[in-house]
Structure formats: C-alpha cells, structure tokens
Write a protein that binds this ligand. Structure first.
Ligand code: COA
Length: 371
C-alpha cells in the first residue's frame, strides 16, 4: 500500500486594513513610483491592534476545514510556519489547536523564514506518507507589521500581514504531493534577521532603544540569493518527480519582489503567466505568502484537477524549498450553506466553552494545591 498526501482544503485570511504606497510616503522618505518599480508592490494589509498571528491563522484554518469538509477533531497534526508567533513560546499552533477544538492533534511551529510553509508542508507530507497520521493542517501566518521598523524605508515598504492554510490528507489515490526539496545556507543567517529578543541579545531597555527587536535586511544580497535559488529549486523538485518544465501548469512562488519573479521566469524560459503573482496587493507576507497565493490561484480557476503545480520559497536562514504537486481536488461547487455555517460556528463555540471549562477546572485545582 502506497500512501500519498493530497491537498483537500485551502483557506486564507488577510486583514481588512490596507496600507498603500501613498500612505507610506507620509511615513518615510519614499514614493509610489520607487516602490512599484523596485518591488511590484502597490499595497499591503496591516493587522488591527486586536489581530494576531494566531487569530489570522485560525480564520484561514476554518476556511480550509470547510473546503475539505473536515471536522477539527479529525485533525492529527497542526503545523504553523511563522517568524512572528504570538509568543516566543508556547507555539502559535497550540493556540490554533485550542480555538479550533482539534482535540486529538499534535501542534507545533516551524521557523524557516519565508520558506516556512514549504518546510511545514514537506514535514506534514512525509508524516502522512509514513502512515503515522491521516489529516494535517498546515498554516503559514505572519504579523510582520509588529517586527517592521516603520522608520526604515528600505524594509518597511516590503512587508504585509496575513495567513494561508491547507488541509493535507493521506490517501492511496494517485497524485498529490509528488516531490519535495529543502535547503539551508546558515552562513547567510544575518542577511535577514531580528537581532534582539533571543538568547544572544535578550530584550532590554537598551535593545529596544537601539531598535534591535525589528527586522534587519541586507536587501541586495538577499535579492541575489533569491533570484538564483528560485529557478534552481524549481528545476530540482521537478527532476525529483521525473518531470520537466513542459509538464508544468503554474508556479506558486514566495511573493517577495516582482523582479525576482520576472528574472526567474526568464531563467526558466517560461512565460510570465506561468508564475503566479499577487504581490501588488499584499507585499511580502513571509511564510503566509505561498498559501495565500495558492488559495487565490485555485479560487481564480488557475489550478484545475490534474494540473502540475510547483510551490517554491526562499528566505531568512538562508533557507529554500519547493514542492511539486499534482492537483487532485476540484473546487467546491458551492460555498457552505447558512445551515452548514451555523453548525460550524456552533462547533467553535463549543470549543471555546470547553477551553474555558478546562481553564476553570485548572484554576479550581490550583486553589486546592495552594491550601
Ligand atoms: N524609497 C526610496 N528610496 C529607497 C527606498 C525606498 N523605500 N529604500 C531604499 N532606497 C534607496 C536607498 O537608500 C538607495 O539610495 P542611495 O543609492 O542614495 O544609497 C537606493 O534606494 C538603492 O538602494 P538599494 O538597496 O540598492 O535598492 P535595490 O534596487 O537593491 O532595491 C530592495 C532594494 C529591498 C527592493 C531589493 O534589494 C530587494 O527586493 N531585495 C530582496 C528583498 C527581499 O525580497 N527580501 C525578502 C526575501 S524572503
């Protein structure tokens, strides 16, 4: 029996709050023209004060569960790829597990920069293929606006917030995830990083005053790395699946810079329509960018059953990775009915009540311990 893993559900969430290039010109010395020509970005979404990485991840996950027609209690595994978790620990995935009411699921985060979603998908794929688990929820979610230095024009124009999720299910049917490739070059760790807040430079008044808890990037070096690695990883993953660029329907790349996407299309000798881009609307949402783009590509009908899709990412670490997927799930014919929506909301209310009860019982028990 050969087990394969199939994407059977997908969902995304982006905050309603839009920050345009023009808005940024009131914050730093920049222009719409500079941002558009150097990056391809026109606007990005910024989380409201009450939104967090977990709250956005949960919205995307709920949508993905609906598409897959799966109950949260059916999930065995939840992996959240993020560099902006709600807390240093516990994992954001644990907060997602609790709110969804995914009672039987193992849950943890993966930190692999903008490649995080590909790392998480690869890990979930191999776990499902091994037969250990049947149903996995893989999320990429980021609140990059919280680690962006809004005084630094070279970085603050690039990033945005959002979340994307997929449901991965084990099945013997042909197709699904065909091959994967991952890589790392830690010698480039400080090309894109947050200097403080970890064990090397713990948070202090000084680290905050020096703005060391914000993201720092050497843009040109990262650009060179990304433009080289995206075509290499794409070719590599296709080769592993015994396929060629001619078999390909669509590439879903990490959305970092339109110039990186265009130069990869050129190096791969592919028409630009073969590489999906929604960068202009969301900017770089790090680990969330590939699942958000994948979701939109499916919603727009750019991916149909049996199409070959390559998802390819690169980013902080330096890390890179790609997955080749034979798409096996058609789009749902109709959105969930109001009755279905009601049942789903009831399920999440039950999960919230259950969580509250567990906290209450824990509090009661702690009273007993203190006596
Ligand atoms: N508005 C106006 N001018 C800006 C600017 C902004 N937002 N940001 C930088 N500049 C200026 C610089 O100060 C510099 O001015 P100078 O020549 O007077 O010193 C000039 O523009 C060129 O800066 P440079 O950094 O060389 O620009 P670039 O062409 O390399 O573009 C990036 C900068 C960040 C857009 C580009 O390097 C890039 O996209 N890198 C990859 C980033 C990325 O994708 N990171 C995530 C990977 S996961």
């Amino acid at each position: 029996m050969t087990l394969r893993s199939h994407i059977t559900g997908w969902g995304k969430y982006v905050p309603p709050n839009v920050l345009t290039n023009d808005d940024l010109t009131h914050m730093v010395d920049t222009s719409d023209e500079w941002i558009r020509t150097r990056t391809g970005i026109e606007e990005r979404r910024i989380a409201d004060d009450d939104e967090t990485t977990s709250s956005m991840a949960i919205q995307a996950a709920q949508e993905a569960l609906e598409v897959a027609d799966l109950k949260p209690s059916d999930l065995d595994l939840i992996v959240v790829a993020t560099v902006t978790p709600d807390h240093p620990f516990p994992a954001t995935a644990c907060l997602v597990q609790d709110t969804l009411g995914a009672r039987g699921a193992a849950a943890f985060d993966i930190s692999a920069g903008c490649t995080g979603f590909i790392y998480a998908l690869t890990l979930a794929h191999h776990t499902l293929q091994s037969g250990a688990y049947e149903n996995a929820l893989v999320i990429g979610a980021e609140t990059l606006s919280r680690i962006t230095d809004w005084n630094d024009r070279s970085t603050c124009v690039l990033f945005g917030d959002g979340a994307g999720a997929v449901i991965l299910q084990a099945d013997e049917a042909e197709g699904g995830v065909l091959s994967t490739t991952l890589g790392t070059d830690g010698s480039g760790a400080r090309l894109l990083y947050v200097p403080a807040g970890g064990s090397q430079i713990p948070s202090s008044h000084e680290s905050v005053a020096e703005r060391q808890h914000y993201l720092r990037m050497r843009g040109r070096e990262v650009f060179r790395f990304a433009a080289r690695i995206m075509p290499t990883a794409t070719r590599d993953v296709l080769e592993k699946a015994d396929l060629t660029l001619e078999d390909l329907k669509l590439i879903i790349p990490h959305q970092a810079n339109q110039r990186i996407i265009d130069s990869s299309a050129k190096l791969l000798d592919l028409p630009s329509e073969t590489i999906f881009s929604n960068l202009s609307a969301y900017g770089n949402t790090s680990a969330a960018s590939i699942p958000i783009a994948l979701c939109e590509a499916v919603e727009e009908g750019r991916i149909q059953r049996d199409d070959l899709v390559v998802c390819v990412g690169f980013g902080a670490g330096l890390t890179w990775g790609a997955t080749a997927i034979r798409w096996s799930t058609p789009r749902p014919e109709a959105p969930p009915s109001s009755v279905e929506k009601f049942w789903h909301s009831l399920r999440y209310r039950y999960a919230a009540a259950r969580s509250l009860l567990r906290r209450f019982v824990r509090w009661l028990l702690s009273l007993g311990v203190n006596e």
